[in-house]
Design a protein around this ligand. Structure first.
Ligand code: NAP
Length: 302
């Protein structure tokens, strides 16, 4: 493994891969570090239909296409987990290795939020899943519960309808957070029943998931839904631990950047879902990554 690069990207989601493409194509000596598989949230997304130029494509297929293109101009790929980024752009990996860079892009994205209710931990892998694309097929012909009313919950519910018998979507308000097209789709799907103003209380577990107890937020009344699968999609939290000490995150842990995606630390950039912003989409992540690739090139070379 090389110890020095002009540009190091932490995180191989759409933002990181776009930055790698732009920077390496411009000629920067670039490395991209990723702890899991390249693709980020795309890998957990059934299909994408709002990325301009691609009418419809599987998330994993788009991720692999982006990855091929990101490395096509000579960027290196390092499999590893980044523990800390220093102000002087030294990157510390969990395995003890360090890499020094002139510019760094931090694009680690977010991690799914847990419900933090009894039975959830025990149920993981035995009925509780945070990835419908990965696990949906295990619930063929069964009933499942999706918790949450954002874009992820509704998109993945629609994906699940191809396998399951019935889906209960449990939301805590009387309104969804998701965009209106998705709301229309779930409200008009025969396999989906929407339970409003309820929150999850307890996962019923006996070697495998048997059901979930939910509570009416107004009356406090509890009821049980028998189900084989539970898919919590209640939002996500930023994976910004590695830059926390640099004072670049806000009170929720998202990274604050200026219009060039640069943090208050010179030549430390952030892009994608980790950034404090309004719209978290593949198209915004790729745009931000491209900008950082170009900005890093200018900074390092000029
Ligand atoms: P999200 O938009 O934050 O939605 C989270 C949902 O979970 C909301 O309905 C929220 O309810 C509910 N919730 C939160 N905490 C809860 C709790 N403790 N108990 C019960 N319910 C709870 O999260 P997301 O759907 O994962 O999306 C994350 C970001 O990615 C968003 O910016 C989203 O637009 C984007 N995204 C976009 C697409 C797309 O455009 N195709 C697809 C996926 C994700 P309240 O509404 O009451 O707060």
């Amino acid at each position: 493994m090389k110890k020095e690069y002009e540009f190091v990207i932490v995180g191989a989601g759409p933002a990181g891969m776009s930055a790698a493409l732009y920077a390496s194509r411009a000629g920067l000596d670039t490395c991209i570090i990723e702890a899991g598989a390249p693709g980020g949230k795309l890998l957990k997304t059934y299909h994408i239909e709002n990325y301009p130029g691609i009418k419809e494509m599987g998330g994993a297929e788009l991720a692999m296409t982006m990855f091929d293109q990101a490395l096509a101009f000579g960027a290196d790929y390092v499999a590893g987990e980044v523990e800390k980024v220093d102000e002087d752009k030294t990157i510390h990996l969990k395995d003890g290795n360090t890499i020094k860079a002139k510019a760094v892009l931090f694009a680690t994205g977010t991690k799914e939020r847990m419900m933090n209710i009894p039975g959830e931990q025990e149920g993981i892998g035995k009925g509780v899943s945070y990835c419908a694309v990965c696990d949906g097929a295990f619930f063929r012909g069964r009933d499942v519960v999706v918790i949450g009313g954002g874009n992820s919950a509704l998109e993945e519910s629609i994906y699940l309808t191809q396998f399951v018998n019935k889906i209960y979507i449990v939301i805590r308000r009387d309104q969804f957070r998701a965009e209106s097209k998705l709301q229309y789709d779930v409200e008009h799907n025969d396999k989906i029943e929407i339970i409003r103003e309820h929150v999850p209380v307890k996962v019923l577990f006996d070697e495998i998931v048997k059901g979930i107890v939910i509570k009416n937020v107004k009356t406090g009344e509890e009821k049980t839904i028998e189900c084989a699968g539970i898919f919590p999609y209640i939002g996500s939290d930023p994976l910004s631990e590695a830059v926390k000490d640099l004072g670049v995150t806000n009170e929720h842990g998202y990274v604050m950047v200026d219009r060039d995606m640069e943090t208050s630390v010179k030549n430390l950039y952030a892009a994608g879902d980790i950034v404090d912003k309004q719209l978290r989409q593949v198209v915004t992540a790729t745009g931000e990554g491209a900008l950082v690739g170009q900005m890093a090139f200018r900074r390092v070379r000029e």
